[in-house]
Design a protein around this ligand. Structure first.
Ligand code: DQA
Length: 169
């Protein structure tokens, strides 16, 4: 009887440390603030705010915390990537036009070592030749491209997968 209560109390003392909620940083590059009115035949009619709401809905179901940002400035995006180390588990990045031009973003992703998922609304591989080259792809965990706003929702699920699969290694 006494032994039992000893085991019980030992167990209680060994309560697992409180699990921190997984955190995903969504970064959006130039002109994505114009979604909804910008070339709707390519990017659809959803605004970035509406896409963010869909991301938050899925994140709530998966018990994941979201930070969602947009900037037209390359340097600001670089700063946000640098600051993500130790604060976020995964970065999801629609670098927009900087995908095809920015060595600075590529180097920042490589430098911080936070697993990063590249996303696009449109299928960049089915568009102009200059969009078919991504400078950030080689330093990203993977890419989701061509599903419209659903690319963002899929990225929440992919982020959970990345976190879980990291645990297995
Ligand atoms: C985009 C594709 C890029 O080529 C383009 O410059 C964008 C948006 C996309 O989400 O489909 O601005 O990243």
């Amino acid at each position: 009887m006494e032994l039992r209560s000893e085991i019980h109390s030992t167990k209680r003392r060994q309560t697992p440390k409180i699990m921190r909620q997984m955190k995903i940083l969504f970064l959006n590059g130039p002109n994505l603030n114009l979604l909804g009115q910008r070339e709707p035949e390519i990017y659809g009619r959803a605004t970035l705010g509406e896409i963010e709401a869909r991301v938050r809905e899925r994140a709530k179901e998966l018990k994941v915390e979201i930070d969602f940002r947009q900037s037209n400035l390359e340097g600001e995006l670089v700063g946000w990537i640098q600051d993500a180390r130790g604060k976020f588990d995964v970065i999801v990045m629609n670098a927009a036009a900087y995908t095809h031009t920015s060595i600075a973003l590529r180097d920042a992703i490589a430098a911080v070592g936070v697993p990063t998922i590249e996303i696009h609304l449109s299928n960049v591989h089915a568009r102009e030749e200059f969009r078919q080259k991504s400078l950030i792809a080689p330093v990203c965990y993977g890419q989701i491209s061509g599903f419209g706003p659903k690319s963002y929702v899929l990225a929440v699920e992919a982020s959970v997968f990345v976190k879980e699969s990291k645990k297995l290694h």
